[in-house]
Design a binder for this molecule. Structure first.
Ligand code: F6R
Length: 611
């Protein structure tokens, strides 16, 4: 979490940094700050979003050919002006931005206070900065050396960018556990938490690895490890276009990303699914078929929406591949002492590829000998690089904080992986296999059809926007979709919502039901539909308001529903990719109707790089 940007070169740094921060606001938006090296060091920072800082800086001297900028997601210390980054060292000569958490900051702070240091913020970051300055002064060494010594004593995760008034033009960066990309331009370099701040300037980037330190000047990039050995930067070509990170005429990224799903699912299937020849080409699966087919057990690790995709995968893998599957919250798994036995395969699912809990959980499992298969959206991200093999979801940049298109792309990849394993394992009949390939192939067109219900869903949202609690219910493959629908509503509109398996409703939540409770049923035609209809009757008998997602031309739920949203008929293994679309739109329009900033819901950040 937190977005970091840096620039050193021949252009004015401020406009590049501000534009970059706006692109990184998905990572946090509690406060914003910029430090510039002009004649001397200048720091401007403020509680609030980037645009708010920008407004207050009109008329200021913002010249400078080097600078750093930060958009914060608060961990230590409330969001206020003092806790905003960049922090300045006690001498006032150094400025630093930080993404991550310094776990041993309290003991370092005590040590520094005993040496006479004062602190102006409550942050762990200011402690690290003064610790670096203390080492620099005490050892009479340069900043680079001081950083190296300091980082050897630091416990935690970080990306830090430092500038020094005495050394204008140089940015020193270091990383452990949080992402850092350096863009290489002509007589200029860009730094960012991801590549979005540099897209219009360069396509050549270096992904910095953990325990590496970069000394970045306009004409020079030196990469070293913490042992001071020089490393050769591995320069990669970006294949993201600027248009992919712009709103393209939509009011919000979330709506744009919901509407992109026919294309993103198609892109995900393209080149992999060959319906005519009945094949699925996935190099990551093909090269590791032995491990995947003979897996003793598959453990799926993920968080949030990605975890919901994992739950659906559990149903799919068990049905098609007859492999035993466990789906775990990465945040719980990593703090247990899980039993990993030879033959266990871990599937890690992550949009960002940077979620700290998922990353550490797979590192732990890897140490215990598990084979790690990553399903990740962001190319070159930490989880992608830590996995032994994997498959990208190819959903393109997802900027809206609530995950939408990444989720459906994860489901498309997971379904293909399961089908491929099932085919090789012979746990699926040829007829069912062929029919599943066709069903998958039809998903993009069916998603386009569902998007035509936009106006209907918007009117339902308008009608229900003032209810304060929602229940989402579904069975089988639709139970994780109930969880996902409830999560979307919570995060986007701040309305409390719970997802449950429809049958579990009788074991507690039914006590909540009266005419003030809308209940969203995912009641599409599947093997459990009659049972779901009985649950709907139970809600209706208690005057709950029923909003139903049903299959086109299926009349079974009509008489029990207050509102109906129809989706095309589909096999139950691909139905989740369709059924989630109306729920994404419902959450979006309720959020909009309530005046919420749906792209930047309060307290959230897109990439959760802290534990
Ligand atoms: C919800 C949402 C989060 C993420 C979760 C995991 O809309 O976006 O719940 O799904 O933080 O993130 P990734 O997939 O990047 O590991």
């Amino acid at each position: 979490m937190c977005g970091i940007v840096g620039y050193t070169g021949t252009k004015q740094a401020y406009p590049i940094i501000i534009k970059g921060l706006k692109r990184l606001e998905y990572r946090g938006y509690d406060s914003t700050g910029v430090a510039l090296l002009n004649s001397g060091l200048k720091v401007f920072k403020k509680k609030g979003k980037v645009a708010e800082l920008e407004e207050t800086l009109v008329g200021e001297d913002l010249h400078g050919f080097a600078g750093i900028g930060h958009t914060r997601w608060a961990t230590h210390g409330e969001p206020n002006d003092q806790n905003a980054h960049p922090h300045q060292s006690s001498s006032g000569k150094l400025a630093m931005i930080h993404n991550g958490i310094i776990e041993n900051y309290a003991s370092l702070k005590k040590e520094l206070i005993s040496k006479g240091y004062n602190f102006t913020s409550d942050t762990d970051s200011e402690v690290l900065l003064n610790f670096i300055e203390e080492i620099k002064t005490k050892n009479n060494c340069d900043l680079e050396e001081a950083i190296r010594i300091a980082l050897k004593r630091v416990v935690g995760a970080y990306v830090i960018l430092l500038i020094d008034e005495d050394n204008p033009g140089t940015i020193i960066a270091a990383r452990k556990g949080s992402p850092l990309v350096i863009g290489i331009g002509k007589n200029e370099h860009f730094l960012g938490s991801d590549a979005s701040p540099m897209l219009e300037y360069t396509k050549e980037v270096v992904y910095v690895n953990d325990y590496e330190l970069a000394i970045v000047k306009p004409n020079e990039l030196i990469l070293k490890n913490l042992g001071n050995e020089i490393l050769t930067p591995f320069v990669q070509k970006l294949d993201i276009e600027l248009a992919a990170i712009e709103k393209g005429g939509f009011d919000y990224f979330m709506l744009k990303e919901i509407y992109e799903q026919p294309t993103t699912i198609f892109d995900c299937l393209r080149g992999r699914l060959d319906v005519e020849n009945g094949t699925i080409q996935m190099a990551g699966v093909q090269d590791n078929l032995d491990k995947l087919i003979n897996a003793n057990r598959i453990i799926i690790l993920a968080c949030g929406t990605s975890w919901h995709a994992g739950l659906i995968a559990e149903y799919i893998f068990e049905e098609l591949c007859r492999t035993s599957v466990e789906v775990e919250y990465a945040s719980e798994f990593r703090y247990r002492n899980p039993i990993i036995i030879p033959g266990d395969v871990i599937i890690a699912i992550s949009q960002s590829g940077e979620t700290a809990d998922t990353l550490v959980a797979i590192e732990n499992a890897k140490e215990k000998g598990a084979f790690i298969f990553g399903i990740v959206n962001v190319v070159g991200s930490s989880i992608a690089r830590t996995s032994h093999a994997g498959a990208y979801t190819h959903a393109g940049s997802e900027i809206g904080v609530a995950s939408t298109k990444a989720f459906t792309a994860q489901l498309a990849v997971l379904t293909m992986v399961a089908l491929k394993i099932a085919k090789e394992k012979n746990t699926i009949s040829n007829e069912r296999y062929r029919s599943c390939l066709n069903e998958l192939n039809d998903v993009p067109v069916k998603v386009s059809k569902i998007l035509e219900s936009n106006d209907l869903i918007k009117s339902i949202a308008e009608k229900y926007k003032n209810f304060t609690n929602f229940l989402y219910l579904g069975r089988g493959y639709n139970f994780p979709i109930a969880l996902e629908g409830a999560l979307k509503l919570k995060e986007i509109s701040y309305i409390h919502a719970s997802g449950y398996p429809a049958a579990e409703m009788k074991h507690g939540p039914i006590a909540l039901v009266d005419d003030s409770l809308p209940v969203v049923f995912i009641a599409t035609k599947d093997s459990n539909i009659e049972k779901t209809i009985s649950n709907m009757q139970e809600i209706k008998a208690r005057k709950g308001k029923i909003i139903s997602i049903i299959t086109e031309n299926d009349e079974s739920a009509i008489s029990v529903s207050n509102e109906l949203i129809a989706v095309p008929a589909a096999d139950e293994i691909v139905a989740p990719m369709l059924n989630v679309i109306p729920l994404q739109l419902l959450a979006y329009y309720i959020g909009i109707a309530k005046g919420c900033d749906v792209d930047k819901p309060r307290n959230l950040a897109k990439s959760v790089t802290v534990e």
